[in-house]
Write a protein that binds this ligand. Structure first.
Ligand code: BES
Ligand code: ZN
Length: 443
């Protein structure tokens, strides 16, 4: 079976981890994956969890060799909004050299490239240059709920020298990219309640606090006029950017024009004193992800709603702690809450930021592998604004650093309609895996 046929089979599973109705599809995807890993000669275990299974595979380990753990995920985000897809999300197609399907970039295409790199090396030489462990989970998109306890319970079996992950981006097509930092995340939901029931806004407006007004006033206190987060103490643990980073990032081919084009936003707006890349990679933010309440139907309805809600998330940078930020934001919101309503705050999932030294022994080896696989001299050294919470957990529980060797292009539409992955990136990823294992073996 060709590499592309295998990827298409992988992409046909609607392994949407957040949807309980799809848990059978998620389990079937894990079974399919374990079958392929076994076909390639690896020893495979599928570990059930209270959520979705974790697939672990390894070659024959021999003393005296480096042990490399490659992590990825086989779960995907929901396909909504389905109507905006040009072809069905779980029926992969290639158009103009680009694969379109949910999960093509995030993360099935990228993890399968590693698997096929390993398969090719095993087929050609009968062996790998390292002891290898694949850990491929089904819950990354819902916060890796059961992976931390799995790591803790199998600490000895998962002992390794370094971890490699391809679940981040490249700065441009054909431009090898090494990511040495990720933002962390903290999430919460707010519910503001007022009267017992929805009221007539003519009879009671002016006498009773409107929960939507209260929520709007509350949310407006999150930022000041310079787009800085106005929560007391929010920036206490934040480090200033180093000069080398500011200088290196200013030379990357990622100007504001490109981001305007990618997003379609009329203008770029953010914290003053920082460039767009600095704001998204190395500065923390507060975002309102959803807001609701009151009448949403056609026309007007003169109602004073009984409740309003908002979903918030905060992107964090080293050394901000998710719990500390949730505590500070909660205290701020309670202090700012207008009278006449009750504010309820529920914390959601969170993950720590990650930062590693791009010039470590393994970091340099990874960059040599990137140069070899892409046939170029320059490797872009970047941080990213997105979060992969388990990366910091790897450091905490297994004590090892992670090399982030992403293959996603800026216009890959991960999480959105028409998610895509160029066939060339898939093939580059297969070559990258082969170069990476060789370089890590001798680093
Ligand atoms: N692959 C992404 C993380 C990512 C995105 C890294 C962009 C670098 C650049 C991952 O699958 C993801 O989407 N993570 C979530 C976090 C999770 C806790 C919901 C995110 O960043 O929102
Ligand atoms: Zn994702």
């Amino acid at each position: 079976m060709s590499a592309l046929d295998l990827l298409f089979d992988f992409l046909r599973f609607p392994s949407v981890s957040t949807d309980p109705a799809r848990s059978g599809d998620v389990a079937a995807c894990a079974e399919w994956l374990s079958g392929r890993l076994a076909d390639f000669g690896l020893k495979v275990e599928v570990h059930p969890t209270r959520g979705h299974p974790i697939v672990v595979a390894r070659n024959e380990h021999r003393p005296g060799r480096r042990t490399v753990l490659i992590y990825g995920h086989y779960d995907v985000q929901p396909e909504d909004p389905v109507a905006e897809w040009k072809s069905a999300p779980f029926e992969p197609v290639v158009r103009d050299g680009v694969i379109y399907a949910r999960g093509s970039t995030d993360n099935k295409g990228q993890i399968l490239a590693h698997i096929l790199g390993v398969a090719a090396t095993l087929k050609a030489t009968g062996d790998l240059p390292v002891n290898l462990i694949f850990v491929i989970e089904g819950e990354e998109e819902i916060g890796s709920t059961h992976l931390e306890s799995f790591l803790a319970a199998h600490r000895d079996a998962l002992k390794c020298d370094v971890i490699a992950v391809s679940d981040t981006g490249m700065v441009a097509p054909g431009a090898p990219t090494f990511t040495y930092g990720l933002r962390g995340i903290a999430t919460m939901e707010l519910r503001v309640t007022g009267p017992r029931t929805d009221l007539h806004s003519g009879i009671f407006g002016g006498a009773v606090m409107n929960p939507l007004t209260a929520l709007a006033r509350l949310l407006a206190t999150l930022h000041d006029g310079d787009c800085r987060v106005a929560v007391p103490g929010f920036y206490d643990a934040v480090h200033a950017l180093s000069d080398w980073e500011r200088e290196a990032w200013s030379r990357l081919p990622l100007g504001d024009e490109r981001i305007l084009g990618l997003t379609g936003a009329p203008a770029l707006v953010g914290e003053s004193g920082y460039t767009t890349l600095e704001r998204t990679w190395a500065r923390p933010t507060a975002e309102i992800n959803g807001i609701g309440g009151g009448f949403q139907g056609a026309g007007s309805k003169t109602v004073l709603p009984r409740e309003a809600f908002a979903k918030l998330s905060f992107r964090l940078v080293p050394d901000q702690s998710p719990q500390d930020i949730l505590d500070k934001v909660s205290a701020h919101l309670r202090a700012q809450c207008p009278p006449g309503v009750v504010l309820d705050i529920q914390s959601g999932h969170s993950g720590e930021p990650y930062l590693t030294d791009p010039h470590s022994r393994f970091g340099k080896a990874a960059q040599r592998a990137l140069r070899r696989a892409f046939g170029t001299q320059d490797v872009a050294l970047i941080r990213e604004g997105g979060s992969i919470p388990i990366i910091n957990t790897f450091k905490r529980v297994l004590g090892v650093d992670t090399l982030l060797l992403g293959l996603a292009l800026p216009d890959c539409a991960a999480h959105g309609p028409n998610e895509n992955f160029p066939v060339a990136n898939f093939e580059d990823g297969i070559r990258l895996n082969q170069a990476l294992l060789e370089e890590l073996a001798s680093a």
